[in-house]
Design a protein around this ligand. Structure first.
Ligand code: COA
Length: 117
């Protein structure tokens, strides 16, 4: 990997929700993000995940997801959900589906879900 990778939370929080993005940076250049909204103690929604094509397949997506899952667990979130219809915007649904299955999600149609224990 050319350069040092770092992760930066850009978030807001109130009594009920925690929401925003986690950015992946290499030498201050943004190469990926995951956008989310967590309802504390209840359900978290993953809204968008993207790694720049040149940087895919190096574990950046997995690292961002794991950090988000840790954050969700700390906030008492019981399950994570997402709607994967938006994958089509980026034109590679098979890859995205493999990624989310690997992260432990069950996929039904356009919906994905993971129970956090
Ligand atoms: C999906 C995406 C975020 C994954 O990010 P990434 O940094 O490339 O993923 P990682 O390198 O962390 O891969 C983690 C695991 O996902 C799976 N995976 C990722 N890319 C894969 C591919 N091309 N083929 C098969 N499995 C793949 C693998 O199991 C991989 O683990 P492994 O390398 O140990 O086998 C990225 O490819 C992307 O931005 N795609 C375009 C946008 C998109 O589809 N977003 C998702 C919308 S739901």
């Amino acid at each position: 990997m050319e350069g040092t990778i770092s992760y930066y939370w850009d978030t807001k929080s109130d009594e009920k929700f925690d929401w925003g993005s986690l950015l992946a940076l290499i030498n201050s250049r943004q190469v990926g993000f995951i956008q989310y909204r967590l309802k504390k103690g209840e359900t978290g929604e993953i809204q968008l995940v993207r790694v720049l094509s040149h940087y895919r397949g190096r574990g950046i997506g997995e690292e961002m997801y794991k950090r988000l899952e840790d954050r969700a667990k700390r906030l008492g979130v019981k399950r994570l959900i997402g709607t994967i219809g938006f994958r089509r915007i980026y034109g590679d649904p098979e890859r995205a589906e493999l990624f989310w299955k690997r992260m432990g999600f069950a996929i039904t149609g356009y919906d994905m879900e993971k129970e956090l224990s």
